[in-house]
Ligand binder design. Structure first.
Ligand SMILES: [Zn+2]
Length: 105
């Protein structure tokens, strides 16, 4: 893998969400969140840096689209509007008494 200089272009086409592996993204969230002494969340910029170290430059809108998809699939918690994000990995045991969970939709 030596395609670090190809910006947004993967095999001649534009980078898409699927070009960012879920495991890479979620692993980046897990790792950077683990280093957060303030809580179990991480922020958009830190995750993006880790992801980009592997796949190369990721356009902001694509990165946010990827975040949004993972959130929709329940694999990620946080906000994908382009703000700080406050991403975290959802736990199976959602026992967070001080968190108002919108479980009933
Ligand atoms: Zn936001």
């Amino acid at each position: 893998m030596s395609a670090n200089e190809s910006i947004q272009l993967i095999h001649g086409r534009r980078m898409q969400c699927k070009d960012i592996p879920d495991e890479l993204y979620l692993g980046a969230v897990r790792d950077t969140a683990a280093k957060n002494i303030w809580g179990n969340t991480t922020n958009r910029q830190m995750v993006k840096e880790v992801v980009e170290a592997v796949v190369g430059h990721v356009p902001d809108n694509l990165f946010d689209a990827k975040s949004r998809r993972l959130i929709q699939r329940g694999m990620l918690d946080g906000c994908a509007c382009g703000c700080r994000g406050d991403f975290s990995i959802p736990t199976d045991d959602r026992v967070a008494p001080d968190r108002e969970s919108p479980a009933v939709v």
